[in-house]
Design a protein around this ligand. Structure first.
Ligand SMILES: Cc1cc2nc3c(=O)[nH]c(=O)nc-3n(C[C@H](O)[C@H](O)[C@H](O)COP(=O)(O)OP(=O)(O)OC[C@H]3O[C@@H](n4cnc5c(N)ncnc54)[C@H](O)[C@@H]3O)c2cc1C
Length: 297
């Protein structure tokens, strides 16, 4: 049981946000930190993520960057350039090379998550298979947290780091609705109500991790091998991002398809599913060869 004299923080969600908060808060001996995650284990999920200079500086202060550098080809001090090509045609055209004054770092999400987990002190307890159902704040300020399996815990601060469909945010916004309604603030009631459920951006992302060797045997001179930075292949309403992760062993691939007229609507269907590449390859069939190589491997 946590010591009563300590300030108790419960973090809901062991993704990048939750674990970073846990590492930061665990530096303070008078704060008791516990992380609750709904997944049965913290296994390999997700694909590539890119960390830009400002969050990198925070991670450095948290002492995570030495470990993280083992999982990326990017080096500190280097100033990379992001390459943008107009690619929705047979012969693509590079129209922008964005040179930045500090580096960005690309990772497989699982490597990133494991680095953060290694940095957590033993005093910070991480519980899996714990899906938060709801919370309730007593008039004293103490928060009761209820999980789907019927178990409960208490804390002084609850951090909602449970992703885009956050249960914590849902309850928090409903609290705000009740508060605004009790004061007759009808415009705020409507605004809060609109924020309970996330709305769709109108964009679908198709993500994959491509073994670099497979791409190399098909296209040994693919630009991604010549400049291992972020390559943006853009066209009307669709674009592709590709960059190496896991020290160049994998290529993170993400193809985005936007329907601007559907922005701010509710997405009809499962948010995450597995699809065959035929579902999206036709969107890019007239695109330049560098994109075809990424899609065909
Ligand atoms: C295609 C794509 C590409 C992206 N590329 C980048 C990029 O290059 N750089 C970048 O910085 N970001 C990128 N992002 C965004 C990035 O993935 C997210 O911003 C980031 O993962 C969010 O981290 P998080 O910790 O807030 O949430 P998540 O990573 O979603 O973690 C939430 C955690 O909470 C758990 N959870 C959910 N509900 C509950 C519950 N009720 N109880 C307990 N646990 C719960 C989940 O299992 C999960 O482990 C990308 C996103 C997409 C979709």
């Amino acid at each position: 049981m946590p010591s009563c004299s300590k300030f108790r923080v419960v973090i809901c969600g062991a993704g990048i946000g939750g674990l970073t908060a846990a590492v930061a808060l665990s530096e303070y001996p008078d704060i008791d930190v516990e992380v609750y995650e709904c997944a049965a284990e913290l296994a390999e999920v997700g694909a590539g993520i890119c960390v830009y200079p400002r969050p990198w500086e925070i991670l450095r202060r948290l002492g995570v960057t030495d470990d993280l550098l083992k999982y990326t080809e990017a080096r500190e001090g280097a100033a990379p350039s992001f390459k943008y090509r107009k690619s929705d045609q047979n012969i693509g055209v590079e129209f922008c090379k964005l040179a930045t004054c500090a580096n960005s770092f690309t990772f497989h999400r699982a490597d990133f998550q494991q680095s953060l987990l290694r940095r957590l002190p033993a005093s910070c307890r991480t519980h899996c298979s714990k899906r938060l159902r709801s919370y309730f704040q007593r008039p004293t300020g103490v928060i009761d947290v209820l999980f789907e399996d019927g178990s409960t815990t208490v804390c002084d601060i609850l951090v909602g780091a449970d992703g885009i469909k956050s249960a914590v945010r849902g309850d928090f916004v409903k609290e705000q609705v009740a508060w605004a309604r009790s004061r007759g603030r009808h415009i705020e009631v409507a605004e809060y109500n609109a924020a309970v459920d996330p709305v769709w951006s109108g964009t679908v992302a198709y993500r994959a991790l491509i073994p670099a060797e497979r791409l190399r045997s098909r296209a040994p001179n693919h630009p991604i091998f010549l400049t291992p930075t972020q390559h943006y292949y853009v066209g009307k309403n669709n674009f592709v991002i590709a960059y190496p992760v896991s020290r160049g062993k994998l290529i993170n691939f993400a193809a985005f398809s936007s329907r601007p007229e559907l922005e701010n609507t509710i997405f009809d269907g499962p948010w995450v599913s597995t699809v065959d590449k035929e579902e999206f390859s036709s969107l890019f069939s007239a695109w330049e060869p560098d994109v075809q190589d990424l899609i065909s491997v």
